[in-house]
Write a protein that binds this ligand. Structure first.
Ligand SMILES: C[S@@+](CC[C@H](N)C(=O)[O-])C[C@H]1O[C@@H](n2cnc3c(N)ncnc32)[C@H](O)[C@@H]1O
Length: 284
């Protein structure tokens, strides 16, 4: 069964649309590498011999505004490379069916230079007809797993995840059953360059044109802005927390964590380092 819970919907104070600065830093950090990859590797002469339509998809787009920034960037780089006035761009915004596509479409930039469509469904499955996408983009999404690996739910497995720092405060005060804390997992896996390389090679359809692990400067961390950081996490994880702990405890956990923002800021200043993996693939 899928265990996926969407980013916070709508445009409210804890919505993803208003609280995705961490992800914005990631895509800003990747812009130059993406531009270089397009300039060096994208060859659309073949596409243009039969059509003037260039199809782009953003896999795991969520509800903006980051997806709009990335899509405009891709369109602009391709335009700058080809200077072809006849070229038309179509962007397919993809995310899970539970994504708030209404908010996404309502906030589409009015001055965009592409046609927009939504494609609901998991990118772990097939989403498009064969050879219909010319450029696929995915930022801060591929590390989400479709479900929690079963070993993490087995109390006898070495992978059993006992204890969870901040929530232990709540356990101590008797608000929570400890087993509920121990069985909580965030279904993400952050792959190393080696992991990704192995998967791409096993798949066999793509060549790796560039793979880089970078440690970009993070404005959030430099300013040790833990409050923004925590609210960003809330916009990502609140659905998952509510599903597991219930709305009352989820609310309490986020509210209390924000109250500790000074302590967390100090911790971030000395311990936190942003790390980003960029990979550019080309269809063989
Ligand atoms: C942290 S958000 C990133 C959104 C956007 N790319 C950005 O950079 O702001 C991750 C998004 O990936 C989506 N996602 C995760 N796994 C997915 C899957 N298998 N298929 C489609 N979307 C997925 C989530 O629903 C979520 O909206």
């Amino acid at each position: 069964m899928s265990t996926f819970f969407p980013m916070n919907n709508g445009d409210h104070v804890y919505s993803y649309a208003r609280n995705s600065q961490i992800q914005r830093e990631v895509l800003d950090g990747a812009k130059e590498m993406m531009k270089e990859a397009i300039i060096k590797n994208l060859d659309i002469k073949y596409i243009l011999s039969s059509s003037n339509k260039f199809h782009i998809t953003d896999l795991g787009c969520s509800i903006g505004p980051n997806t709009f920034t990335s899509m405009q960037h891709v369109v602009q780089v391709v335009k700058d490379k080809y200077h072809d006035k006849n070229l038309e761009f179509q962007v397919f915004f993809n995310d899970h069916v539970t994504n708030d596509f209404n908010t996404l479409f309502r906030s589409l930039p009015v001055d965009r230079s592409y046609y927009a469509s939504g494609v609901p469904g998991s990118f772990h499955g097939r989403l498009f007809p064969s050879r219909s996408i010319h450029f696929a983009h995915c930022s801060c999404a591929i590390h989400w797993l479709s479900k929690i690996p079963k070993e993490l739910l087995d109390t006898n497995s070495p992978a059993w995840n006992k204890g969870l720092c901040r929530l232990m405060d709540l356990v101590n005060e008797g608000m929570l059953d400890e087993s509920l804390v121990d069985s909580f997992n965030v279904p993400i896996y952050l792959p190393s360059p080696d992991d990704i390389t192995k998967v791409v090679e096993k798949n066999g359809c793509f060549s790796i044109e560039n793979i880089e692990l970078t440690y970009p400067q993070s404005k959030l961390v430099d300013e040790a802005d833990a409050k923004t950081f925590i609210i960003n996490l809330r916009a990502i994880l609140e659905g998952l927390f509510i599903n597991h702990f219930g709305i009352k405890i989820a609310e309490e956990a986020f509210t209390r964590t924000i109250l500790k923002n000074k302590e967390i800021s100090a911790w971030m200043k000395t311990n936190y380092k942003a790390c980003q993996l960029f990979i550019a693939l080309k269809r063989k």
